[in-house]
Design a protein around this ligand. Structure first.
Ligand code: PML
Length: 286
């Protein structure tokens, strides 16, 4: 079949700004029938912070629509989801320290340095990047494109999203929307063959749950990763020790431009003790 005759889906990407400052974003890949509804939902999402917090609306909202041929879309699965059982900031950070030590042992990557970079995300001096920084095997930490790698061009089958929204209520994950978007971003990152982990701390001052996704394990939710009221946050992607210089542009191209659609998923497990989650690093990666 000639490319122009292939069925087309639409990639929708919304970003809201105040001047140059990125306020919020959202996206999806949908068919023609759902295009208008989804477009309006994303517009509401861009306006939502101003409605909820009764602040001024964003200075600008960009919504971009690009047709994508189904043949160019990679279909992949969402990561399994785990949640750390924790009662305090100290417990969460203690788990994170152990998790980075295990990452170092399992993948032969600079785990201790990864932990130090994680601590830096919360420092007052950290001006959050809109994208992720990259931790390389030689311990160098880069912010590609100046503002880091911003993962885009992904979408989710509506039935999967509905399932996750319902389970979010049962598991007490708030509206679930932020979690489902983060799960898609991280699942796209970990679907790249050279990604070892991704750590994310939200820069939203009210959102105190972050996550650590680990190759061969899944997406681990980290409640109480920061105190409420702190705007600091950010993302770090750690790569495997087989990563070479020429992988850099290929990985950035995949994460920022290649369309992926989530058509299947893995279970969302109830909260687990730190030691049980750490054992998963052992059993699944040798
Ligand atoms: C963000 O969009 O600010 C990051 C969201 C992190 C979501 C963590 C979760 O709830 O699982």
């Amino acid at each position: 079949m000639k490319k122009e005759d292939q069925p087309v889906l639409y990639s929708l990407r919304m970003r809201a700004f105040n001047g140059q400052k990125h306020l919020s974003g959202g996206e999806d890949i949908v068919d023609k029938v759902s295009l208008k509804t989804r477009l309006l939902e994303l517009l509401d999402q861009g306006l939502e912070p101003s409605l909820n917090q009764m602040t001024a609306p964003p200075h600008s909202i960009n919504i971009r629509i690009d047709p994508v041929h189904t043949q160019d879309i990679k279909t992949i699965s969402l990561l399994p989801v785990f949640c750390l059982k924790t009662k305090s900031l100290e417990e969460t950070w203690f788990f994170l320290k152990k998790a980075f030590e295990r990452l170092g042992e399992v993948f032969g990557i600079p785990g201790t340095l990864g932990y130090r970079q994680a601590e830096k995300l919360l420092s007052d001096k950290n001006d959050p990047l809109t994208g992720a920084s990259l931790l390389l095997p030689d311990a160098e930490c880069l912010s590609p494109n100046g503002s880091g790698i911003r993962v885009t061009h992904f979408g989710i089958k509506p039935s999967l999203k509905n399932e996750l929204l319902q389970e979010s209520v049962i598991h007490g994950l708030g509206s679930g929307r932020r979690f489902i978007e983060a799960l898609q971003i991280s699942s796209k990152i970990l679907s790249h063959g050279k990604a070892a982990f991704e750590l994310c701390l939200s820069d939203n001052p009210e959102y105190t749950t972050g996550y650590l996704s680990v190759r061969g394990v899944g997406y681990i939710r980290l409640p109480l990763i920061k105190p409420a009221g702190l705007c600091a946050g950010g993302r770090i992607i750690g790569v495997l020790n087989t990563f070479i210089e020429s992988d850099m542009s290929e990985m950035i191209g995949y994460l920022t431009e290649s369309p992926v659609l989530f058509t299947s998923r893995n279970p969302l497990s109830p909260p687990e003790d730190p030691k049980d989650i750490l054992e998963r690093f052992l059993t699944q990666n040798g």
